[in-house]
Design a protein around this ligand. Sequence first.
Ligand SMILES: Cc1cc2nc3c(=O)[nH]c(=O)nc-3n(C[C@H](O)[C@H](O)[C@H](O)COP(=O)(O)OP(=O)(O)OC[C@H]3O[C@@H](n4cnc5c(N)ncnc54)[C@H](O)[C@@H]3O)c2cc1C
Length: 306
Amino acid sequence: MAILDNILASCIPFVPKALMRPLSVRYIAGESRADALVRGDHLREKSYTTTFDLLGEAVTNSSEIDAAAGEYKLLIQTLIDNDFPVNVSLKPTQMGLDISRNTCFDTVNAIVSLAQQQHGFVRFEMEESNTIDGTLAVFERLREAHQQHVGCVLQAMLFRTHHDATRLLETNPQQLNVRMVKGIYVEPAAIAYQDMNEINKSYLKTTRMLLERGAFVAVATHDPAIVEGLTDILADIPEAKDRVEIQMLLGVQETFRRQTRKAGYKVRVYIPYGEAWHKYVIRRLKRNPKLARHALTGMFGKREKL
Ligand SMILES: Cc1cc2nc3c(=O)[nH]c(=O)nc-3n(C[C@H](O)[C@H](O)[C@H](O)COP(=O)(O)OP(=O)(O)OC[C@H]3O[C@@H](n4cnc5c(N)ncnc54)[C@H](O)[C@@H]3O)c2cc1C
């Protein structure tokens, strides 16, 4: 299956943009803030909370960084104007991490300051393994300045993650807010678990420790095994229930999303938007060929149950 996935992934860049767009509609709100708001409204009516993400990554041009930061500020104002809680997610390399840690800190600091004035929240996401040290260093500075108004992401597939979580818990664990994910990037066996059972074990081990020590955990997953594991953890530490939410991506596993909410979990949906949607889809598919199968089977009718 891996060989087939690689072949499919290499075909994706040749699929015309016009053909890709209808396929992406399910997963990407649209190109504009207004499109994102429409999806947000729809989800709000169904009692989901939301986090909004402007697509973009690996930016090294300062005018593009300024443009992305400007869009986040307008997004925050739009959320306020439309009575949405301010909750946004952003990528370190979209905010200048590839230029310098200081550039990234200054850019994100201005955005979190604005969000904080509205009691809002900014999630500083995690990308490829070579960016993790920089991301965590910038996050520590942001956290010192903004406490519970900023959170990070930890990737269960990496061997280092439990240690990173332990270190983050050393200061103010009650103000620590971590989104746990499996990790979307393809990482080598020297630094990352390759087996799904091992990744799930790592995910639940770190989640348990974070909850035991008083942190808030956003459990970002569409995997029923992870949600079952979380339910077991909460049976052992029921006082942690208020410090947990499930997060899912727009358009993915919507039946499971409904079931999870019915089971009593708070569920937040991640809404990506922006002109960079095509680049984003191509980069993601190249990095993770498994996703190419989802994309192409969806495009040619034999849609897998998502
Ligand atoms: C809210 C949110 C934020 C995230 N932020 C980050 C981040 O900052 N850094 C990072 O490295 N990763 C991030 N991820 C991605 C994450 O690392 C995983 O790659 C992704 O969530 C798939 O893992 P899973 O736990 O859903 O389990 P899996 O076992 O991979 O998937 C469970 C089921 O969901 C389906 N599924 C999962 N994802 C998709 C998809 N995209 N399209 C179609 N079907 C899918 C699978 O087919 C499978 O049936 C985020 C995920 C979410 C939900």
